[in-house]
Design a binder for this molecule. Structure first.
Ligand code: NAP
Length: 317
């Protein structure tokens, strides 16, 4: 980075639809509280650098975002004055913003948008890390995520396969991308002096937790699984669905249907019909397990494909 300490890492964090939309008409065209919580947790305590339009996209009560030094890039003197009055730090360029951020003696600086600022950050090879929440949403918009190029690699996906489901039903997952070490400015600057591993703020290779974007981010926190835990959970799910769908439920259905017929043939019509009805439920359950298992297998296949070609995160979809 420009002027930062040798151990300061610069990360970008954003949320996007699976087609790469990050904003529309000055806001994010979805509502995903889990992502806001993730953003808050991830960036808390670190300086955040943003463009003036992103600052203005925050609800007033989140200007500045609490618990973080808010550095806002603007060339507009009036806007700069207002930012300053509210407790933010106006700066005239991205370089100036990063310089100021590095002065806050932190291990990590977060670039939090929007489109124009992400684009400059990526184009100039300034950041080492990108934490991206990918939301399965059909929303369209006027601002897009930057395209990460081949010098970036996917280092983590949460969950490893499939998606999380937000409380409001939106499906999403979180990707962590890193620039390959030889490509990063930070690594060049620290070549002779390797950075010590971070703990609280820097959650490197195996463990960043991503997060979302914008302003109102203020909420709880979703526990995320490690890739290993996620794979284990997936294997267990597959096994349970197979056991239930192909063995237990068919057996129960057969047993119940037989019992139902026996009762009906012995003139115990009502109990017999009840058993036959229950048998249908077992059959429906078996069918559901089969379909669910098939979908899970498909997701695993897709996830393998995306992990093998990690260089196009922002544009994925
Ligand atoms: N999904 C997400 O995670 C996420 C995150 C952040 C933002 N967003 C969305 O993104 C949209 C805003 O993005 P945007 O691209 O329109 O605007 P932006 O990048 O937030 O801000 C652009 C403004 O910042 C200033 N600026 C940026 N780079 C500069 C530079 N190098 N030198 C001087 N000034 C510079 C300029 O302000 P002046 O015009 O004042 O000079 C410019 O107009 C909103 O819809 C927002 O909701 C989404």
């Amino acid at each position: 980075m420009s002027g930062g300490s040798a151990t300061t890492e610069i990360g970008m964090i954003w949320a996007q639809t699976h087609t790469g939309v990050i904003g529309d008409a000055g806001a994010m065209p979805w509502h995903l509280p889990e992502d806001l919580a993730h953003f808050k947790t991830t960036t808390r305590g670190a300086p955040v650098v943003m463009g003036r339009r992103t600052w203005e996209s925050f609800p007033e009560k989140y200007r500045p975002l609490p618990g973080r030094q808010n550095i806002v890039i603007t060339t507009d003197a009036h806007a700069a004055e207002q930012i300053h009055e509210r407790g933010g730090h106006p700066v005239a360029s991205l370089d100036e913003g990063l310089e100021l951020a590095s002065g806050f003696a932190t291990e990590r600086i977060w670039v939090i948008g929007g489109g124009q600022v992400y684009s400059e950050t990526v184009t100039r090879g300034i950041a080492d890390l990108a934490v991206i929440t990918v939301i399965q949403s059909p929303a369209s918009g006027d601002t897009s995520a930057p395209a990460l190029t081949a010098d970036w690699e996917l280092t983590r996906r949460d969950p490893a396969v499939g998606t999380h489901q937000g409380a409001n039903g939106l499906q999403y997952h979180i990707e962590t991308h890193r620039r390959k070490p030889e490509m990063t400015e930070t690594s060049r600057a620290t070549e002779a002096q390797p950075a010590a591993p971070n703990t609280a703020q820097a959650a490197p290779k195996s463990a960043p937790q991503a997060m979302p974007q914008s302003a109102s981010q203020a909420t709880p926190q979703g526990a995320s699984q490690s890739p290993d835990q996620a794979s284990q959970a997936t294997s267990t799910n597959l096994m349970m669905l197979g056991l239930g769908g192909y063995l237990i439920l068919p057996f129960l259905a057969l047993f119940t249907v037989t019992l139902g017929f026996v009762l009906v043939l012995n003139d115990r019509i009502l109990p017999g019909l009840a058993f036959l009805f229950v048998a249908q439920l077992w059959v429906a359950g078996g069918l559901w397990a089969h379909l669910k298992r098939r979908r899970l297998l498909q997701e695993i296949k897709e996830a393998r494909g995306s992990t093998e070609s990690p260089e196009t995160p922002g544009a994925r979809g």
